[in-house]
Write a protein that binds this ligand. Structure first.
Ligand code: MN
Length: 514
């Protein structure tokens, strides 16, 4: 049996250390510990080990004290019968709203329907009224994925693992949270694809030693070359590719591991952007670069905000090695993404690149918004960033970062909900429909046959008329008592062209029969 992570660990990991912040988190720690005191995890460990670990992950990611506190008490309403009122009294409305958001997300279920996966990702993003809810949920899942081996049924383990790979890891990726993404993937991989996991692990093991030796030599040569060029202030870090990510790449390369050059990469972290470009010159003077492998994500960040210069060089022993050059601020951003600048107001950390990262992420989810608001941060319709605008953006990034999270939130809500509604089948599948869609549209979106046999509909358990506009989160059940059949009126009520098309076809068939 393991002990819960001590409060001290969480407090030390926090980026905001004023008295009020520390007091709030300490109080939440004791509150959750008490609330879960009689409960156990599947592993037999005290239940409290889970929220304590979630809070620690949130603190490490640089989240604010309210989010860390919410992480501590996130399961108390559902699993310990704590009243929402009590949480509000103890910790205020902000913490309560975060906890309620996380609880609500927990009720959504992934059913493995390919075509609904993207909808579900969007629903997750939209349902979380506050982006912090999404991050708490990600860390909740990360700890649950890490302890997946203890979940009793194999079937359930596989479902959680699939859901983690299909829904949570892509969300972490879009939030730029690469550490969380890789950990989610690698925790879930063995349970989702056991055979492929073993095969990948074997291949990785074979290559590990030779890679390590080579890396050491290159690193030594690199340090010498950089020092000769006058670059002395930097640190290096070896990056090992995650097993799941390696597996995906192996699939694309027909399982030829010799074709994968970035199993290990060398990160070199400098104080300034100028150092990165100088170092690139030094590196290319020392080793021959692999053509087509030089990527300047500093001038042209990835859609999720990622910034670094990548180059792969021939290391003279018949092999090649990827190097990634970045600043400390870019490094933090690359690891923790959006989370790293939600709480950075206080600590003045280098957030120069931060705000843009988040905006880019939202743009991926919201194509319409991309066309509108993209202009004032210098992003063209294609999402590419022109250099002058980028420079301008850097100059005003400090102030931009402040309102950034609120900006995401507003955009997420207004743009997202103004165009689509997401409703559920009784099994929990998500159906994505245009605004003011009706049960008729829903039925035809599920299956044309269901539409044609429909006689009525229940929304959230209540019988409704067929012209009732559906709202986000409604659970819709189609009643098929004979003689259900489409009418001309249905055609007028329906909002989607798919429903109208099927109704016309059905009406034409009825006509012929007569
Ligand atoms: Mn939980």
């Amino acid at each position: 049996m393991i002990e819960a992570r001590p409060l001290q660990n969480i407090l030390e990991a926090m980026s905001s250390k004023n008295d009020a912040s520390l007091a709030l988190v300490s109080k939440a720690y004791e509150f959750a510990k008490e609330a879960h005191k009689d409960q156990k995890r599947f592993s037999g460990d005290p239940y409290f080990t889970h929220p304590a670990e979630v809070a620690f992950l949130l603190a490490q990611a640089g989240m604010c004290p309210e989010a860390i506190s919410a992480g501590l008490v996130h399961d108390t309403i559902e699993d310990a019968g704590t009243k929402p009122k009590a949480i509000e009294q103890e910790f205020g409305p902000e913490v309560l709203s975060l906890v309620e958001g996380v609880t609500k997300l927990g009720t959504l279920r992934y059913r493995g329907l390919e075509r609904h996966t993207e909808s579900l990702r969007k629903l997750f993003a939209a349902t979380a009224k506050d982006i912090r809810v999404l991050i708490i949920k990600l860390m909740d899942r990360l700890h649950n994925a890490r302890t997946l081996e203890h979940v009793p049924r194999a079937e359930k383990r596989a479902r959680i693992a699939q859901e983690t790979l299909e829904i949570y890891a892509p969300i972490a990726d879009r939030l730029g949270m690469s550490v969380a993404k890789q950990e989610l993937e690698d925790a879930a991989f063995p349970f989702a694809y056991p055979k492929e996991y073993e095969k990948t692990r074997e291949l990785m093991k074979e290559r590990k030693n030779e890679n390590e030796k080579r890396l050491e030599k290159v690193e030594k040569d690199l340090k010498r070359a950089l020092a000769e060029a006058g670059l002395r202030e930097f640190r290096t870090e070896a990056r090992i590719k995650g097993l799941y990510s390696l597996f995906r790449k192996l699939e694309r390369k027909h399982w030829d591991i010799g074709k994968i050059y970035d199993i290990r990469a060398l990160r070199i972290i400098f104080p300034t952007v100028a150092d990165c470009y100088t170092a690139l010159g030094v590196i290319h003077g020392e080793w021959r670069p692999v053509p087509g492998k030089i990527k300047d994500y500093i001038a042209f960040p990835k859609p999720n905000g990622y910034q670094s210069i990548h180059t792969t060089v021939y290391t003279g022993d018949g092999s090649a090695l990827e190097m990634q050059l970045r600043t400390e601020a870019m490094h933090r951003e690359a690891q923790y993404g959006i989370a790293s600048h939600l709480s950075y107001k206080e600590t003045q950390g280098g957030t120069a690149q931060g705000s843009r990262g988040g905006l880019e992420w939202i743009r991926q989810f919201l194509p319409a918004w991309r066309r509108g608001a993209g202009k004032d941060v210098g992003v063209g319709p294609s999402g590419s960033i022109s250099v002058p605008a980028w420079v301008k953006e850097l100059a005003r990034a400090d102030t931009a970062a402040e309102g950034a999270s609120e900006e995401y939130l507003d955009t997420l809500k207004s743009d997202f909900f103004s165009h689509r509604v997401f409703v559920f089948t009784p099994k929990g599948d998500v159906i994505d429909l245009p605004l003011s869609a009706t049960p008729i549209d829903f039925a035809y979106a599920v299956h044309s046959d269901l539409g044609n046999r429909m006689s009525g509909a229940r929304v959230n358990g209540k019988l409704v008329s067929l012209d009732t506009p559906l709202r986000n989160g409604d659970m819709v059940e189609i009643v098929t008592k004979p003689p259900g059949r489409p009418t001309r009126k249905w055609h007028d009520i329906a909002k989607t062209s798919m429903a109208k098309k099927h109704i016309r076809a059905a009406l034409a068939t009825q006509q012929k029969k007569r």
